[in-house]
Design a protein. Structure first.
Length: 220
């Protein structure tokens, strides 16, 4: 069975060396680690995007719309592989091939701290079968999530594009670390003092602080 075990946005060490240390003083080492993992996922859910490093995410989408910049109404020199792809499109009565797509997960801020890579791309066409695309033949821009197919790759509109990729903040921005700590503190307070709040911390206020810091990272 799969185990959800992300790299936390904030470490146990950073959480317990600050003002929230008293909240988890009675927690076991495992419970402290689990709290930071849960807070990390809570931050990601609030933003509707991946933030912690991830590996091997499988994403599918439907190919549509051709960029007008790539309209093939003029002669463009093609290498042999591209000529085959373009000739095949011509033989089927269409040269309106999809040239671009965007993976869902990319850095909303601080792209220099993000690491991203694509391990495989598969095309499932409604006609003429399936094809694996060499990742060496694509242009991938991790900062925007933009992927450009090589000219001549046969990707007619309606093709299902399946991409397997990895990414996430290899170095976590400082404000995300703080947001994760606020989220973890809110969760700990609710677990410890669900009614009278004798810990001296307001869980709702802590969560609001977390959401305020997460706002620039939230998908729009």
């Amino acid at each position: 069975m799969a185990v959800d075990n992300p790299t936390p946005l904030a470490s146990v060490a950073s959480f317990t060396e600050g003002p929230f240390a008293n909240l988890v003083s009675g927690y076991s080492t495992t419970a402290q680690s689990n709290l930071m993992l849960q807070a990390t996922r809570a931050c990601e859910s609030a933003c509707d995007r991946r933030l912690a490093p991830f590996t091997g995410v499988v994403e599918t989408q439907r190919a549509d719309a051709m960029d007008i910049e790539d309209a093939m109404d003029a002669y463009v020199p093609l290498d042999p592989t591209s000529q085959l792809g373009f000739s095949r499109a011509q033989s089927l009565g269409s040269t309106l091939l999809t040239r671009h797509f965007w993976v869902r997960e990319h850095p909303p801020r601080y792209p220099e701290l993000w690491t991203g890579s694509i391990s495989s791309i598969s095309l499932f066409r409604s006609f003429s079968g399936q094809q694996s695309v060499s990742v060496s033949a694509i242009q991938y821009e991790p900062d925007t999530g933009h992927v450009r197919f090589a000219l001549g790759t046969f990707v007619p509109p309606g093709t299902t594009i399946q991409v397997v990729y990895s990414g996430g903040y290899s170095t976590v921005p400082a404000d995300l670390v703080q947001a994760c700590q606020y989220m973890a503190a809110s969760m700990a307070v609710k677990q410890l003092d669900p009614v009278d709040g004798r810990s001296g911390h307001d869980p709702d206020a802590l969560r609001s602080d977390a959401l305020e810091m997460l706002a620039p990272y939230t998908r729009r």
